[in-house]
Design a protein around this ligand. Sequence first.
Ligand code: AMP
Length: 304
Amino acid sequence: MPVLVVGSIALDTVKTPVEEHADLLGGSASYASVGASFFSAVNLVGVVGDDFPKAHIEFFSQREIDLTGLQKAQGRTFRWSGEYLWDLNTRETRSVELNVFEHFTPTLPADYRQTQVVLLANIAPKLQGHVLDQMERPRFVIADTMDLWINIAREDLEALLPRVDMLILNDSEARQLTQETSLIKAGARIRAMGPRYVAIKKGEHGCLLFGDGRFFSCPAYPLEDIHDPTGAGDTFAGGLAGYLVSQGGEVGFEQLRKAVVMGSVLASFNVEAFSLERLRTLSAADIQARYEMFRLMSQFEVVE
Ligand code: AMP
């Protein structure tokens, strides 16, 4: 069973305090679909321009990502540029060029419409809603978002939320969306806006999962060397969605708890190199080994 991923496909320019690289493969859907592909088949919906390198298309194909839903439009591919400050947590967007993204309408090929698990990676909430309009009763819908949409498209986002089963966002976005300082209160408030489950990411401090009257605090894998945090959130969401699909059956809090751990493991690899470079060489054995290490490191010694 595949997971349907829709989002941006980009050529990114990324600057950290030590390195800068231009025209890298990026975009929310690129990270999310490659992340998901470690666990399940993927149907990708997005748009690229006529300058998009063939090698990237081949990379998606090699990962068995179905590209029937990939539109090729005349013009330049969406471009984003960002700079990280010394802590590698604070990021400033330097420029955004919408290019072919400006007139993008996600259109689902007929055989994508029955996909059971949908990941609406970060794009305008109106477009995320448009994807759902074309679906035939998906079983589990996950949405990601960003500060930009909370600022300029709050109404569209609020209209989307009752239509999704799970919202993934980071701590500052959760505070911005709810006006709550406490992330616990923010999680509850977002659930009241529609999604049954909410995951709030806290960067290098892990992730909080809310739903069904339950709560899970997932630590982050402690990494010594972070080279490029871009796409960590998208890889997390993709890994989570792909893992859920691979497990089959019902999706509830228990399944999501495991999926959040797998998403975290996958995201921890992604930040070890620029763009999707680390994911290119990643193996199932690497994922399993890090998962085992993560599990051991996260265990408590409980004093009776
Ligand atoms: P993240 O680091 O998880 O926030 O995701 C970074 C990716 O999001 C980059 O590869 C960008 O190309 C992409 N991105 C940046 N701005 C937008 C936007 N407005 N809509 C969709 N994708 C975006």
